[in-house]
Design a protein around this ligand. Structure first.
Ligand code: FMN
Length: 160
């Protein structure tokens, strides 16, 4: 198999832990999708319609800036893409990561953590975002404490 990348966004560390374990299981490279301006607790207040996350997530065209350049994806055929569910979908900064990148011939496998929501329509959204040049396959919601064994069983079961 060619080189594998695990790219992830995480604010409070739950998705980060899963991503790090998945990278170990897959012997994959790890890339953090980090925001140029870090999210504060106030930014994440979903009860406040004016909070940064509420404003960003209400606008499907929002593309918060990433810190640093995007990675060179040329060596990767498979990209695991991890994020927390925000408002039932991927956070806008994940859209920043996907936007304007050529995923031709690449397979993207989303995984998420959440308070309970699954990926829902997120796979379709991501496929639309990458313009169907590459392919986003059906991914999985992970519990924050998912074991390395369970991650391996999951990834072994994917048709990569
Ligand atoms: C702004 C915001 C919106 C969220 N929306 C949802 C949601 O719609 N459904 C859900 O189950 N959890 C939701 N959550 C909870 C996160 O998905 C969950 O805590 C996640 O595991 C955090 O991952 P992280 O530690 O990697 O940032 C939301 C959290 C935030 C901050």
């Amino acid at each position: 198999m060619s080189k594998v990348l695990v790219a992830y966004f995480s604010v409070s560390g739950v998705t980060r832990r899963v991503a790090e374990n998945l990278a170990r299981v897959e012997e994959a490279d790890l890339f953090e999708i980090a925001p140029e301006t870090p999210y504060t607790a106030e930014d994440l207040d979903w009860k406040n319609k004016e909070s940064r996350s509420s404003v960003e997530m209400a606008d499907p065209n929002s593309r918060p800036a990433m810190k640093g350049p995007k990675p060179d994806l040329s060596a990767y055929e498979v990209i695991f893409l991890g994020f927390p569910i925000w408002w039932n979908r991927e956070p806008s900064i994940v859209d920043t990561f996907l936007d304007g990148t050529d995923f031709t011939g690449k397979m993207i496998v989303p995984f998420c953590t959440s308070g309970g929501s699954g990926l829902g329509a997120t796979t379709d959204r991501l496929n639309n975002l990458i313009g169907r040049k590459g392919q986003v396959i059906e991914g999985k919601r992970m519990g924050g404490t998912v074991s390395m064994e369970d991650l391996k069983t999951w990834s072994d079961g994917l048709d990569l």
